[in-house]
Design a protein around this ligand. Structure first.
Ligand code: MTE
Length: 325
C-alpha cells in the first residue's frame, strides 16, 4: 500500500525525484526486515581495491527514502571534510591533513564476543559482501553543529546478521584502531584509547543505523573514518565511531570512551534532544556547517518516527535524562 503522508522532514513534492519518495518509509523499512533493504533498493557491490577519496565503484544508487528534509541542503564536501572530530589526530577540527597518515590498506575487522563464530575479516571482503547504496542523512554533533551528507553505506543490521550473534548478545561495541605511531592524539595518555562506543542490539538492528564506507560518491575519506565507520542519525555524533577495527557482541552495556572521560556529559544513550541541555551549553539549536545559519534542533534529529519506539516509557523512567545525553 502506498501512503502519501509525508514525515515533517520530507522534501517538497516539487523537488521529489522518484515515486518511492512518497512511500511510508517506516512501513517499507519494517516490511523489508533484516537484510531485506539490500534486495529491495540497492545498487551494487563495492569495488575491491578501495582507495580513500577515489570515486566509489560501482556508482551507488541513491535510496530516495532518505532525504535531507525541507530547508536542509547537502553540506558542501569541502566544508564537511575540513571540519572533523577525530581525536586520534588532534583535539581540534582541522585534522584532515594529519588523518592522511592513516593506512587503510589491508585493514581488518575483528568480530568477537557472543557470536556463533569469532572471525577476523578484511574490510574489503566484508564490504564486498554488503549491498551498497547512498543515503542522505543529517548528522548532529553534541557540540551543537550539524551537517547533511550523502553517505555511501549499508544497513548496520546487515552486518549484525552476517556476524550471527547468539541470544546472549545484548549490546554491540565498536572500537577504533590503536596506533600511536601514526595517530599523535593517541600519545596523549590521559585519554582512554582506543576510541569506542556501543549500541543495544535493538538500536543496531534498526534499519536506519548505518555502516558508512564512502561519502559524496567517493570511497570514504580518511578524515571521515576510513575504511568503515558507524553513523547513527538519531544520536549525537560521538556515538558514530570512525575507522572501526573491532566489533564485539556483549551482554554488558559498554562504557564508552567519552562516558569514561565525562559520564555526566556523554552518556550511553545520547539521543538528540533539544529539551535536555548539555551541562555546559544548550542543545536547542544547531549551527549548520558551511553556512552562517542556526536552526532549531529536532528531537531524535527528526528520525522519531523510525526510532521513538526503541525507548519505551519504562526505559525512559529508568534511565531518565541519561536517555538523552
Ligand atoms: N571516532 C573516532 N575514532 N574518534 C573520534 O574522535 N569523534 C566523534 C565521531 N567518531 C570521533 C569518532 C564525534 S565527536 C563526531 S561529532 C563524529 O565522529 C564526527 O564525524 P565527522 O568527521 O564525520 O564530522
Amino acid at each position: 500500500m502506498i501512503y502519501h503522508r509525508k514525515p515533517t522532514w520530507h522534501i517538497p513534492e516539487a523537488q521529489a525525484t522518484a515515486e518511492s519518495a512518497f512511500f511510508n518509509r517506516r512501513q517499507l523499512l519494517a516490511t523489508m526486515g533484516l537484510g531485506g533493504a539490500a534486495s529491495a533498493l540497492v545498487a551494487g557491490r563495492a569495488n575491491a581495491a578501495a582507495v580513500p577519496g577515489d570515486d566509489f565503484e560501482p556508482v551507488p544508487e541513491r535510496n530516495e527514502l532518505f532525504e535531507a528534509g525541507e530547508d536542509r541542503e547537502i553540506t558542501e564536501e569541502k566544508a564537511a571534510t575540513t571540519y572533523n572530530n577525530f581525536y586520534e589526530f588532534g583535539s581540534h577540527k582541522q585534522i584532515s591533513k594529519k588523518a592522511q597518515a592513516l593506512d587503510t590498506e589491508g585493514w581488518t575487522i575483528k568480530i568477537d564476543g557472543h557470536v556463533e563464530k569469532e572471525m577476523v575479516i578484511d574490510a574489503e571482503d566484508l564490504i564486498a559482501k554488503m549491498s551498497i547504496e547512498e543515503r542522505v542523512t543529517r548528522h548532529r554533533c553534541v557540540e551543537a553543529w550539524s551537517m547533511v551528507v550523502p553517505w555511501v553505506c549499508f544497513p548496520l543490521a546487515d552486518l549484525v546478521k552476517f556476524a550471527n550473534p547468539t541470544s546472549d548478545a545484548k549490546y554491540v561495541r565498536f572500537e577504533t584502531f590503536l596506533d600511536p605511531k601514526i595517530a599523535s592524539g593517541q600519545r596523549q595518555g590521559w585519554y582512554p584509547w582506543a576510541y569506542n562506543d556501543g549500541l543495544t542490539i535493538e538500536e543496531a538492528t534498526n534499519p536506519i543505523a548505518l555502516m558508512v564506507v564512502g561519502a559524496y560518491g567517493k570511497v570514504l575519506h580518511k578524515q571521515f573514518g576510513a575504511p568503515m565507520r558507524l553513523h547513527v542519525p538519531w544520536k549525537y555524533g560521538f556515538k558514530s565511531v570512525k575507522s572501526i577495527n573491532r566489533i564485539t557482541f556483549t551482554d554488558e552495556r559498554p562504557v564508552s570512551f567519552w562516558e569514561e572521560i565525562a559520564k555526566t556529559e556523554y552518556g550511553f544513550w545520547a539521543n538528540v534532544n533539544p529539551e535536555v541541555k548539555h551541562p555546559r551549553w544548550s542543545q536547542a539549536t544547531e549551527r549548520v556547517l558551511g553556512t552562517t545559519e542556526r536552526i532549531p534542533t529536532v528531537k531524535f534529529n527528526g528520525y522519531g518516527e523510525d526510532v521513538a519506539s526503541l525507548y519505551s516509557d519504562t526505559l525512559a523512567k529508568k534511565e531518565g535524562v541519561r536517555l538523552w545525553r
